[in-house]
Design a protein around this ligand. Structure first.
Ligand SMILES: [Zn+2]
Length: 274
């Protein structure tokens, strides 16, 4: 079976200091980050979104994203970048999106959920529990207003088969071999990657399991000072995050010709596909 995959940027963010964040550009230039979203056309199960970026409701009422997020990431908030607008530009409608798989429920990943109210929303069970019962530290990252429409949640846990040494869950019954959720906990308590089999091999959306393309450089893993600090600031479990990053790097080293990784916010990785 072949899946047609579109790579969408559903939320440009321009934090201060390109040099510090992107590792190049001027100290006074704005950096550029994206919200990398996948739109997958399937033969029998309609459209599948992996993450949703920033949604129309967030753009209409930016204050709901909270001052800290707005001040730190300085999002563009352009309607044309929403998953909904891009789905429609490709000639589909919101109701064609039957499934959404979220890497996690942080506000820059779940913003588009209300734009696709009929979709089943697949989430790793520990992530669902964190978002519904956040600790004091987690309150700023999860926005209940992004799921006030009562999405059709489908929680996944248990079972799990082996995929290149990673446990994986198979969220969509008709696509069990082709779309996998791969638990990569650390950034949040229930964070997942999403692996998709394409004509040219596997790709894996690693969400926020890492933040900078250099971190997956097999010969010389490296990050930028800004991303390094940010990554630690927002992690829920440092040991797990570091362990899972090492596993991902091993995956690239051993199977980089079969599996291509990218994370949610890196603009260099996004441009590889667009
Ligand atoms: Zn994120």
């Amino acid at each position: 079976m072949s899946l047609n995959v579109h790579h969408l940027n559903c939320g440009t963010m321009c934090p201060a200091c390109a040099r510090l964040i992107n590792g190049k550009g001027g100290w006074l230039d704005p950096a550029q980050l994206v919200c990398h979203v996948l739109l997958i056309e399937t033969p029998k199960d309609g459209l599948v979104l992996v993450d949703t970026g920033i949604g129309t409701h967030d753009i209409e009422t930016p204050s709901r994203l909270g001052q800290p997020f707005l001040a730190l990431t300085r999002p563009l908030l352009d309607h044309h970048e929403t998953a909904l607008a891009q789905v429609e530009r490709l000639g589909f409608s919101a109701n064609d999106v039957r499934h959404i798989i979220v890497t996690h429920l942080d506000l820059d990943h779940a913003g588009g959920l209300p734009d696709f109210p009929l979709a089943q929303v697949h989430v790793f069970a520990p992530e669902f529990n964190s978002a519904m019962n956040p600790t004091w530290r987690e309150r700023a990252r999860y926005l209940p207003s992004q799921w006030a429409h009562s999405p059709r949640w489908v929680q996944h846990d248990g079972g799990g088969e082996n995929w290149y040494g990673f446990r994986n869950l198979r969220p969509i019954p008709g696509l069990t071999e082709d779309i996998l959720m791969v638990p990569l906990v650390g950034h949040t308590r229930g964070h997942c990657g999403v692996a998709v089999r394409t004509d040219t091999g596997w790709i894996m959306h690693c969400g926020d399991a890492y933040f900078f393309h250099g971190q997956m450089n097999p010969a010389h893993p490296h990050s930028t000072l800004g991303m390094n600090i940010f990554e630690r600031m927002v992690q829920m479990d440092a040991a797990q995050r570091i362990h899972n990053q090492e596993r991902l790097l091993d995956l690239v080293r051993q199977h980089g010709n079969e599996v291509q990784l990218f994370c949610a916010h890196d603009v260099v990785e996004f441009r590889r596909y667009t």
